[in-house]
Design a protein around this ligand. Structure first.
Ligand SMILES: C[S@@+](CC[C@H](N)C(=O)[O-])C[C@H]1O[C@@H](n2cnc3c(N)ncnc32)[C@H](O)[C@@H]1O
Length: 268
C-alpha cells in the first residue's frame, strides 16, 4: 500500500501538533546541527500539516526560504493556512509525490521528519535528494522506532484494552508496508555521505492528557486497517478508551513516546 496510513483528518492534524511539541527539543537540536539559520534555503520532505514547516519558517526568517513538499492535498491546504495565518511569506508548498518531484534549484539543507519510514526505498530516496543539496549543505532527518517505548511507556500503566489498541498501531503500520524501525536504519543510510551526527531522545510527556498521543494514533490508523481488511479494524473504541484512561489519572501520569533518532550530515 502506498498511501499514508495515518488517515488525513482534523484529529490526525491535532495528533501531529501534540507529536510536534513532544519532539521540539530534538527537532531544534537537529536543525541547529544541520546549520539551518536566517537566510537558509531549505527543502522539507513530507511536511504534512506544517508543524516543522512553521518552525523552519521562523528559523530561516524573511531572507530565507522553505519549499515544503507533500503528496496529501488536505494536509498541504491545512499547512498553507497555518503558515499564512502565522504571517509567514517565506514558504512555498508543492503538492507532489517525492518520486515525481524535481526542484529547479539546490538547497542549503534538505530535511524530513517522520518521512523516510513511508518511503519504499529510503536509501534510493536519500541518494536522489542528496543531489539537491549545495556543496557544503546538509541533509537532516528525524525518524522513530515505533516499538521502542510505546508499549510500556505509560505510568500508571494503561488498561489491557488500551495496551492492545496501541499494539494495533504497529501491526497496522507493518501491514501497510511502513518501516517501524526507521530510527536505527537512518544513521546507517546517511554514513555514505559523510560524518553523520546523531542524537536520540524520547522526552517524557506529563499529565493525564499525555495518553491522548498514542490513543489518537489508534484512531488515525483505523481507516487504513479497514482498507487492509483487518478483522480487528474496529475493535478499539478510542473515545471510550480515552474516557476510561483519563478518569483517575492526574498530573503525575507520564507517557514516554517512541524513541526518535535525529541524524544529519554535511555533504562535501
Ligand atoms: C508523519 S507525516 C509527517 C509529519 C511532519 N513531517 C511533521 O513533522 O509534523 C508523513 C507525511 O509524509 C507524506 N508522504 C509520505 N510519502 C510521501 C511521498 N513519497 N511523497 C510526498 N509525501 C509523502 C505523507 O503524505 C504525510 O503527510
Amino acid at each position: 500500500m502506498k498511501s499514508y496510513p495515518l488517515h488525513s483528518s482534523e484529529k490526525e492534524r491535532d495528533r501531529l501538533k501534540m507529536q510536534a511539541l513532544a519532539i521540539l527539543p530534538l527537532t531544534r537540536t537537529m536543525l541547529a546541527g544541520a546549520g539551518v539559520k536566517p537566510g537558509s534555503r531549505v527543502l522539507e520532505l513530507g511536511c504534512a500539516s506544517g508543524d516543522m514547516t512553521l518552525f523552519l519558517a521562523s528559523l530561516v526568517g524573511p531572507s530565507g526560504e522553505v519549499i515544503a513538499v507533500d503528496r496529501d492535498p488536505d494536509q498541504l491546504d491545512a499547512a498553507a493556512l497555518r503558515t499564512s495565518d502565522a504571517g509567514f511569506c517565506n514558504v512555498n508548498f508543492v503538492l507532489a509525490d517525492l518520486d515525481d518531484f524535481e526542484p529547479a534549484r539546490t538547497f542549503d539543507a534538505v530535511v524530513g521528519r517522520y518521512f523516510l519510514l513511508y518511503v519504499a526505498s529510503p536509501e534510493a530516496a536519500v541518494a536522489r535528494v542528496a543531489r539537491w543539496v549545495k556543496p557544503g549543505g546538509t541533509m537532516a532527518f528525524l525518524e522513530m522506532d515505533f516499538f521502542r517505548g510505546v508499549h510500556s511507556s505509560i505510568w500508571p500503566p494503561a488498561s489491557p484494552q488500551t495496551h492492545e489498541a496501541i499494539v494495533f498501531i504497529g501491526d497496522v503500520m507493518l501491514d501497510a508496508g511502513i518501516n517501524p524501525h526507521m530510527a536505527a536504519r537512518l544513521p546507517s543510510i546517511l554514513t555514505r555521505y559523510g560524518n553523520v551526527q546523531v542524537q536520540t531522545s524520547a522526552p517524557p510527556q506529563y499529565g493525564a492528557r499525555s495518553i491522548e498521543l498514542p490513543l489518537e494514533a489508534v484512531r488515525s490508523v483505523t481507516p487504513t486497517a479497514r482498507k487492509l481488511g483487518r478483522a480487528d479494524a474496529d475493535l478499539h473504541d478510542v473515545d471510550a478508551l480515552l474516557i476510561r484512561e483519563l478518569e483517575g489519572r492526574d498530573e503525575h501520569t507520564v507517557t514516554v513516546p517512541p524513541m526518535s533518532v535525529a541524524a544529519w550530515v554535511q555533504l562535501a
